[in-house]
Design a protein around this ligand. Structure first.
Ligand code: AMP
Length: 281
């Protein structure tokens, strides 16, 4: 596995693999601190394309001024070992200056979904995400890009961006990988104290409750949101950010659950903001 640091090298590798090797190109964008959720994306890419690039870049533009950019976990060597074990062909690990050259003034603004859910709580977050993913898609000239359903609002923003910019990449969405007790894997789980780790189960419990109600025939958003709200209310140390049933494309609220609608929650557990969701089947 090769480790590359510049866009020029990445583009050259990708073009060579396509032209000389006849391979399709896949990219798995990450911020590092890789876990089994990221591993599942790399495996999905490995099974689907001929050349797999995994990017590891803690993207400053998607963090707000009071967020955790400086203390975000950075575990580069372990990340490279995991990427290699899962069959990545290259790790792309650019510096901030490589992706944002001095004077950088170009950003991708996806109006609509970017101001919903996490975008409402974290102004500017999805502008940063869309900008960095656009750079990665342009640099790799990828045929497919792999993302987790864990960040379902991000998926909505990126699908909109790819459609609007007519980028040739297909967005592939992989299922949420969970701990045995239900907690969705997240690099930010590393911030949780032992007691917060238990409280964090409130999110998956709320999601599960909504799924159980849907399976029993409930379709009303109000009933699903209320059931989840009660689960949060029972855990006074967990501060709800949002509980919403939305259209997965627009992220606008819907009144009735239907196949493909998204039930999403976000909450603060101590100083750590966590998210979880389920897509209604
Ligand atoms: P991050 O490094 O947190 O930016 O995440 C990189 C990619 O991994 C995103 O597409 C995430 O949705 C995905 N991801 C993160 N956690 C999980 C998980 N528990 N299951 C599946 N994919 C995940």
């Amino acid at each position: 596995m090769e480790i590359l640091h510049t866009v020029a090298e990445l583009r050259q590798w990708s073009r060579q693999e396509r032209n000389d090797g006849g391979y399709t190109i896949g990219v798995v964008p990450t911020m590092g601190a890789l876990h089994a959720g990221h591993a599942s994306l790399i495996r999905a890419a490995r099974a689907s394309v001929g050349f797999v690039a995994v990017s590891i870049f803690v993207n400053p533009t998607q963090f707000g001024p009071n967020e955790d950019y400086a203390r975000y976990p950075r575990t580069f060597e372990a990340d490279c070992a995991l990427a290699e074990a899962e069959g990545a062909d290259v790790v792309f690990a650019p510096s901030v200056g490589e992706l944002y050259p001095a004077g950088a003034a170009t950003f991708v603004e996806v109006e609509g979904p970017s101001s919903r859910l996490d975008g409402a709580s974290r102004p500017g977050h999805f502008r940063g995400v869309a900008t960095v993913v656009a750079k990665l898609l342009i640099a790799t000239e990828a045929d497919r890009a792999f993302f987790g359903q864990k960040d379902a609002a991000q998926v909505a923003v990126l699908r909109r961006m790819v459609a609007d910019l007519r980028l040739p990449a297909e967005i592939v969405v992989c299922p949420i990988v969970r701990e045995p007790d239900g907690l969705a894997l997240s690099s930010r789980n590393a911030y949780l104290s032992p007691s917060e780790r238990i409280q964090a189960l409130t999110l998956s419990r709320a999601i599960r409750q909504a799924e159980v109600l849907v399976a029993a025939g409930e379709r009303r958003s109000s009933a699903l949101v209320e059931a989840a709200r009660q689960i949060f209310a029972a855990e006074s140390t967990v501060r709800k950010d949002y509980i919403e049933l939305v259209d997965w494309a627009t992220l606008l609220p819907v009144e009735t659950a239907a196949p493909g609608t998204l039930f999403a929650v976000a909450a603060w557990v101590g100083a750590t903001r966590l998210i979880d969701n389920a897509v209604i089947t």
